[in-house]
Design a protein around this ligand. Structure first.
Ligand SMILES: [Zn+2]
Length: 401
């Protein structure tokens, strides 16, 4: 009977788990950017063989000739390297281990002159701020851009209430920040770390080192834009004027093309491993892992540490798709060969969906939500094909076995 149960968010009504990792077919495949409330979500690809696209891609990656890719990276650096004292590459960076790795390699191994650019987290954690400072102390110039807290708080609230995706305004702003600085400083190369295609986007994007400029540009001023699920024309009723949206609006595509700006992914040129990047950051800076021993909602201690609101990002994912932070880490660790599928199932049972209580009050203060309204939004986002109540408590109907 479950095949006919109503689903929310446009999710597939049948839940299928990958046979290799622990992900299921409910996961969104693209980040939901300028979308309206109640837009349908694209979900990850699954083959007939019951293996998800990300696992297939990791298999395929094993046949890549990485020394040839490094040669391509050197050629890329030579094409953009400058010897006139100006910056020749921008590395978008929060101060986390991954962007540290990219900036450090480009500067000290390949002789580039990077400028690191940071779109501030909603609220830096202590360890996140220390790691950010450690990155700068390890030899990098940095530009930190922090959005207006009043506007960012309201957009975060709208994104939570309308899309159950409180990170949407952060993600929108983050995408624009490096290309905008590149234009201002006349830098033509931007280097990101991992292509998120590897972590469940469209598999086809993995074959190119380049980010499509559609991800951060628009063709005209007239583009139909939604922020927090609200059309730009309707935002003034929430106290947000057009002039408040400078940091969020995608850039116009023409100046980016004319300036010859290219956005590349380091993971195209190098066999990317978050765990190795962590060891690298520890060795080459004063990078610290989570002082609590692990992050709420998972077993890992070195990823996504900067923002006090990170926990809410993963908890809302868990609410909408039944896939939390531990699921994210476990799938990656299975593919990288650090844990088995059986170990992953155990870790999910233990940690996935753990409520991020440490900074919960700060999230409420930041967004102006009441606790009552918070739970109303969360519970309304639980699709009946994924959730049911057992003894008065919400439980997932389907778990990885
Ligand atoms: Zn998989």
């Amino acid at each position: 009977m479950e095949n006919h149960i109503k689903t929310l968010h446009g999710l597939p009504d049948e839940v299928i788990f990958c046979k290799r990792c622990v992900i299921n077919n409910q996961r969104p495949s693209t980040s939901r950017e300028f979308v309206k409330k109640d837009s349908k979500i694209d979900t990850v690809g699954f083959g007939e063989d019951g293996i998800c696209d990300a696992c297939k891609w990791f298999e395929e990656k094993k046949s890549i000739d990485w020394s040839n890719r490094e040669k391509q990276l050197k050629e890329l650096c030579d094409r953009f390297r400058r010897n006139d004292g100006t910056y020749d590459v921008i590395v978008p960076s929060s101060g986390g281990k991954d962007s540290f790795f990219v900036a450090h390699q480009l500067k000290y191994k390949y002789g580039m002159n990077p400028l690191t650019v940071t779109w501030a987290p909603h609220r830096y954690t202590d360890v996140g701020w220390q790691n950010f400072q450690s990155m700068i102390d390890a030899g990098f110039d940095n530009i930190l851009i922090t959005p207006n807290g009043k506007i960012h708080g309201m957009l975060t609230r709208l994104a939570f209430e309308n899309l159950v995706n409180p990170f949407q305004p952060f993600i929108i702003g983050q995408k624009n920040v490096a290309p905008r600085i590149a234009l201002q400083y006349g830098v033509q190369l931007i280097m990101y770390g991992e292509n998120h295609a590897e972590a469940h986007n469209k598999i086809g994007e993995n074959y190119s080192p380049l980010m499509n400029i559609e991800h951060f540009t628009r063709e005209s001023d007239e583009a139909d834009l939604y922020f927090g699920g609200v059309h730009i024309k309707d935002l003034p009723q929430f106290g947000i004027e057009d002039k408040d949206l400078f940091l969020y609006k995608p850039l116009l595509a023409d100046p980016i093309r004319k300036a010859g700006i290219e956005v590349h992914y380091y993971s195209f040129y190098y066999n990317w491993s978050p765990q190795e990047n962590y060891y690298y950051a520890m060795e080459h800076s004063h990078f610290k892992p989570n002082p609590d021993g692990r992050s709420e909602g998972t077993y890992s201690k070195f990823a996504s540490l900067d923002d006090k609101i990170d926990g809410q990002h993963y908890f809302t994912m868990f609410t909408k798709f039944g896939q939390g932070r531990a699921m994210n880490d476990a799938c990656r660790d299975i593919r990288d060969g650090f844990i088995t599928r059986e170990e992953a199932v155990e870790l999910l049972n233990k940690y996935d969906g753990e409520f991020p209580k440490k900074y919960f009050q700060e999230f409420l203060d930041y967004t102006g939500l009441t606790e009552e309204r918070y739970w109303e939004v969360i519970d309304n986002a639980r699709s009946p094909h994924l959730w049911h109540k057992v003894d008065g408590k919400w439980e997932l109907k389907h778990k990885a076995q």
